[in-house]
Design a binder for this molecule. Structure first.
Ligand code: ZN
Length: 515
């Protein structure tokens, strides 16, 4: 990324002798992005595409006219080269805004005067962009995130308890419920429920009529959360809280007897069963790295990574069929073809994969090289220099893809961190799987255990499931190249990964059936 930006600035400098290259910082809540641009006379121009990207806006180039559209859920801005008019579409209305100086085009990119861009981008961004002319820097202040509202409360008495369903605009990130018993004092039993983040129309909730289950509800709005207190009409022995993502509701099942298992209402049992089906580790996706026009690394004796990865992948599929006959095994490729990295994640998601294993071989920049051993990675932005080096090498495969800049735009530095956070639910599982693969492969294949690492691999980002990438050894090392290039070596590595998956599956399923 860095190199490309510098290059663009240099080219720009050569293209226009009067223009001075400039880099304009754009500060957001999550960090600073450096926008490339230039200064001509008294005006600082910035790359429209880069500002849009930094603000999380989408862009689209109209091929015939070179016009650039920047858009969001709110509306769009249409910039025209050498033209001061910007067409603004907002809430169904279209207007033209005129800037006193035009948009400029240089080496295929459009640049807008920074002093006018803040107001324009603020129209469609989720916040306000301001430009400080003296310091020559942007600051973006995001809109206050709106809290999901409680849309309603429904109660259903059941033979052996009751179900309370809280409808929400979107599911809260966290919830907590407690039941208090009155003992002998005569005060009623209470059910307390805290939802976060959430917003409530307090007067409306407080004035809800009583039901056969509770006599009243009291709502308290905290800065980010809502607490609901239900004054119960009868005693309940226990409760179970869960969410239904199809209806965006939080469901509290109240049981009148301790004998919960027997008394689970048929509906709730159904819902839980459906959820459990989703947890079942029933589809495993194997992703032999590279392929087709992308050979991966070429090691000693001309051994190509793509062939080793495919051979191990095919062996592993056969081993897994034997070891886990009920599990469906999906491969992102089972022959020597090129599959873009983003496509691999898509294949995995479409197949309903519960595990994603990307198979690769390592190498050092110079060969022969003594460096050897197995390394396994799970997704997180690169930590060590070594993890970053390996990630850079594997990510380089995108250069074989058409339009890769567009496809992976959202995957660089700042965004990578955000995407990774979405993955955090899987991090724990990915890490455990990575550990198991690392130990089992190094043991079975008699290779050195170089440990588990965290790195930002594009191929791991796309898959919405625990995902790991295993570097099965170094093709730049003569001994390991011979081993990985051999049928026996490939069998052994596959067996190591298979053993790891079998162990992982047992641990994983034990975890979920206990709850
Ligand atoms: Zn690779």
């Amino acid at each position: 990324m860095r190199v490309r930006t510098l290059l663009a600035v240099l080219l720009l400098y050569c293209a226009s002798a009067a223009a001075q290259p400039r880099v304009v910082p754009l500060h957001t809540a999550t960090g600073t992005t450096y926008i490339s641009g230039f200064q001509e006379l008294h005006h600082v121009y910035v790359s429209i595409g880069e500002v849009a990207h930094a603000l999380g806006l989408s862009t689209f180039v109209l091929k015939a006219t070179d016009k650039l559209s920047v858009y969001s859920d709110y509306g769009s801005l249409l910039f025209t080269p050498s033209n001061g008019f910007v067409v603004v579409s907002l809430r169904g209305e279209t207007n033209a805004v005129q800037m006193p100086i035009p948009v400029l085009e240089a080496n295929g990119k459009l640049y807008v005067p920074a002093e006018f861009s803040g107001e324009l981008f603020s129209k469609i961004a989720q916040g306000t962009l301001s430009y400080d002319e003296e310091k020559s820097e942007f600051t973006f202040s995001p809109e206050q995130e709106s809290l999901p509202k409680i849309t309603g409360i429904q109660v259903e008495p059941k033979v052996n308890g009751a179900v309370i369903e809280i409808g929400m605009q979107s599911l809260p990130k966290a919830y907590e419920a407690s039941l208090t018993s009155s003992g002998l004092g005569g005060s009623p039993d209470m059910l307390y429920l805290t939802l976060m983040p959430a917003a409530a129309d307090v007067p409306a909730l407080d004035s809800l009529p009583g039901t056969s289950v509770y006599s009243s509800v009291i709502a308290i709005q905290n800065p980010k959360s809502v607490q609901l207190s239900f004054r119960l009409k009868q005693k309940f022995a226990s409760k179970h809280v869960f969410v239904d993502s199809t209806t965006n509701s939080v469901i509290i099942a109240l049981y009148s007897s301790e004998n919960v298992q027997k008394l689970l209402s048929e509906e709730i049992r159904q819902k839980l069963d459906n959820e459990k089906k989703n947890w079942k580790l029933n589809v495993i996706v194997l992703d032999p790295g590279h392929g087709g026009k992308d050979p991966g690394t070429t090691g000693m004796y001309g051994i190509e990574e793509k062939n080793v990865a495919l051979a191990i992948g095919l062996d592993l599929r056969r081993d897994l069929h034997k070891a886990l006959p009920k599990v469906k095994i999906v491969m992102t490729r089972d022959k020597d073809v090129f599959i873009p990295l983003y496509k691999r994640g898509e294949i995995a998601n479409e197949a309903g994969g519960k595990l994603f294993i990307s198979i690769h071989c390592n190498s050092m920049p110079t060969k022969p090289n003594p460096m050897h051993g197995v390394e396994t990675f799970f997704l997180r932005p690169g930590k060590t220099a070594e993890a970053i080096r390996i990630a850079a090498q594997e990510n380089a495969a995108i250069k074989y893809e058409n339009n890769y800049e567009k496809t992976y735009r959202s995957y660089d530095a700042d965004n990578l961190i955000l995407t990774t956070m979405a993955h955090s639910a899987y991090v724990k599982y990915s890490e455990r799987l990575a550990e198991l693969i690392e130990t089992n492969v190094s043991r079975v294949a008699h290779e050195r255990d170089n440990g588990v690492g965290q790195a930002g691999f594009y191929v791991l980002i796309g898959a919405s499931m625990p995902a790991v990438l295993v570097e099965t050894g170094y093709l730049s090392n003569p001994r390991e190249a011979r081993f990985l290039g051999s049928v026996r070596g490939q069998h052994l590595v596959a067996r190591g990964i298979c053993d790891a998956i079998v162990k992982y599956k047992a641990e994983y399923e034990k975890n979920f059936t206990q709850n």
